[in-house]
Ligand binder design. Structure first.
Ligand SMILES: [Zn+2]
Length: 309
């Protein structure tokens, strides 16, 4: 095993919440495909919803290029109705996580790099960039989130065209949603306070890999996981999600055509052990309109006053 190159910042996620928001905060997550909401940030959303806050899921595409990845579901009647079944799976995952709502942005899945899906003129990757930003701006102005969670600027670990596109529309949407000069037909301007990148940290992989070894289990993390670029030195925010960790498993299992329940990568480590080994989800604060400390334990840190502000 190759040792991690950069020590992650030491963030004491046990210290108390310092936000002084009164009222309900709104968080909005944008994801590329049905199932991304299960694998990225699900326990964090469950935590905030359990505290009385609201969360909106924006799903950019319908996952039309996805194959059936669970052998038990690879049947003709499922293959024939896959788009509708994936919508049902998404609804079940959304319910398991606790999202207040979910919205399809309406683009077609672009497929993995260098596949035919890349050339479908309705795919997300081919969409006019300003038009796509405008669709996201309309959702921001409607839901009025304080916090937006999106994909990072560095996605070298997984370069799906739709994931890159989610990042590409997010930062301009954060800026333009509050500017009445942009998309005047898309609702009243609204300025989100903070924008985060949701990341899979190297620290988590290292912790889980060690836990597999400690339990005498075979780790799914081979050397490529330890040499691919990581963003740990940029982590700003570490949210303690220990008691919400099982939400991830329930949400993943809801995507029965996409996730094999026997898949060790997702389920090889029992939830209780995974949660103890690394009880956090990690974020990079990329844009902020409010003052924050150097490291945070709460996505709502620095968001003050009434939720309508
Ligand atoms: Zn995806």
């Amino acid at each position: 095993m190759v040792e991690p190159r950069v020590d992650p910042p030491v963030i004491d996620a046990r210290r108390g919440s310092s936000h002084i928001l009164t009222g309900v905060a709104r968080l909005m997550c944008i994801h590329a495909h049905p199932d991304d909401e299960a694998s990225k940030g699900a326990p964090t959303i469950a935590k905030y919803v359990s505290e009385g806050h609201e969360a909106s899921l924006i799903c950019a595409t319908g996952g039309e290029e996805g194959d059936i990845l669970n052998p038990a579901m690879d049947r003709d009647e499922i293959r024939a109705n896959l788009p509708a079944i994936r919508q049902t799976e998404l609804a079940a995952s959304v319910k398991a996580i606790g999202y207040t709502e979910h919205v399809m942005l309406g683009y077609r899945d672009s497929g993995m790099p260098d596949t035919d899906g890349n050339f479908n003129h309705q795919c997300f990757a081919q969409a006019d960039l300003d038009e796509a930003i405008g669709r996201f701006v309309a959702e921001i102005r409607r839901f009025r989130p304080h916090v937006i969670i999106t994909y990072a600027d560095d996605q070298q670990g997984y370069q799906h065209p739709d994931h890159l596109r989610v990042h590409d529309i997010s930062l301009p949407a954060f800026d333009r949603s509050g500017d009445p000069g942009w998309y005047p037909e898309a609702g009243d301007p609204w300025e989100p306070k903070k924008l985060y990148y949701s990341i899979w940290s190297r620290a988590r992989i290292v912790a889980w890999d060690a836990k597999y070894t400690e339990l005498g289990l075979e780790s799914p993390y081979d050397d490529k996981w330890f040499v691919r670029p990581d963003m740990d030195s940029r982590i700003s925010t570490r949210v303690n999600i220990e008691s919400f960790f099982p939400v991830r498993t329930r949400a993943l299992l809801a995507h029965a055509t996409q996730i094999d329940p026997a898949e060790k990568f997702w389920f090889g480590l029992p939830d209780a052990d995974a949660a103890v080994a690394y009880p956090f989800e990690d974020f990079v604060l990329a844009l902020s309109r409010v003052p924050t400390g150097q490291y945070e334990t709460d996505l709502l840190e620095g968001i003050t006053g009434e939720s309508e502000q």
